[in-house]
Design a protein around this ligand. Structure first.
Ligand code: FAD
Length: 276
């Protein structure tokens, strides 16, 4: 289908993008377009104005911030995957970015677009949740920081409002005591995850001091598998309780029951990978 008519403006800076959004509720930001354009073509969304962020070089970076790594919202998945700083200090993020879609998607799609879209099937959203990432959101009133745990609020719903712009995402540096894994189960290469598991565990005294597990496609938002995290620290079978508190969808890819089963299998495997 052909999208409904819209006006189009190119933002020259973050301030310019916010000014273009103004106090309108009928404008939408355009980053890589890989989630928004299909929705426009299906006329699921009909914004009167598209504000193109694509040329905002100021939001395309990966920087060392001491204890954390900062990633600009316009950084493409390919660049997140290739960033030496992430490969050294948080390989979980760079590895997961390399599993998104196909090369074309990774060269156009952005990390900011991925989180702002609020799709529970997103790979990076669950990874950021497991990492307790921080997300900066700019508006005419200034910049506020939201924890990943508070950012994802429902299917395609996030803490970023219609006149706000995600500018930066920060992830912690992992140390030698951390083990990690990202496992993505999909029926065909380059598909979205049927279920995905992001796991980070900190080892201490031959055991597990702390664990964080993010689940992809197991509910309306990316979810933390809290019961499995506790089981891992207690030395119990994390897979047995991986699906506790989840509400996975049934669709053409898999039934909810199969997704629950997959979550258990993947959490067990991810724990083995992270701690092995
Ligand atoms: P856009 O499509 O431009 O925007 C998406 C939404 O976010 C829009 O509502 C837009 O207004 C808003 N937005 C964008 N940037 C900002 C910002 N900085 N601040 C506030 N709001 C903003 N994703 C996966 O995780 N895993 C996959 O396996 C996967 N496979 C894919 C396969 C295909 C064929 C396609 C087309 C997409 C796939 N994706 C996958 C999605 C891809 O990662 C998208 O790039 C991503 O979801 C959206 O990023 P974008 O930059 O393209 O955002």
């Amino acid at each position: 289908m052909i999208p409904a008519p819209f006006d189009y403006e190119v933002a020259e800076s973050v301030g310019h993008a916010l000014a273009l959004l103004g106090d309108r509720d009928d404008a939408k930001l355009l980053a890589g377009g890989h989630s928004l354009l299909p929705l426009l073509r299906l006329r699921v969304t009909r914004p009167a104005l598209l504000v193109d962020l694509g040329r905002l070089e100021e939001l395309s970076y990966v920087r060392d911030k001491g204890a954390s790594i900062a990633i600009g919202a316009l950084t493409r998945h390919h660049d997140v995957h290739q960033a030496p700083l992430l490969q050294e200090h948080n390989p979980l993020v760079s590895y997961a970015a390399g599993l998104i879609g196909d090369p074309q998607v990774r060269h156009r799609g952005t990390i900011g677009g991925s989180v702002a879209h609020g799709d529970p099937a997103s790979d990076l959203a669950a990874v950021l949740l497991a990492l307790d990432a921080e997300i900066d959101i700019a508006s005419a009133g200034g910049v506020r920081t939201v924890a990943a745990a508070d950012f994802f609020q429902g299917v395609f719903m996030t803490a970023a409002g219609p006149r706000e712009l995600v500018t930066e995402i920060r992830v912690p540096k992992l140390t030698g005591d951390h083990g990690w894994s990202y496992l993505k189960f999909r029926r065909r290469a380059q598909d979205w995850a049927t279920v995905g598991v992001a796991l980070v565990a900190k080892r201490a005294n031959g055991g597990v001091e702390s664990a964080a597990i993010g689940l992809v496609n197991m509910g309306a938002t990316p979810l933390r598998a809290s019961a499995a995290e506790q089981a891992l620290v207690a030395g119990a079978d994390a897979g047995a309780v991986a699906a506790e508190g989840t509400d996975p969808p049934s669709d053409t890819q898999a039934s909810a029951e199969y997704r629950r089963h997959l979550a258990g299998v993947l959490v067990r495997r991810a724990a083995g990978e992270a701690l092995g």
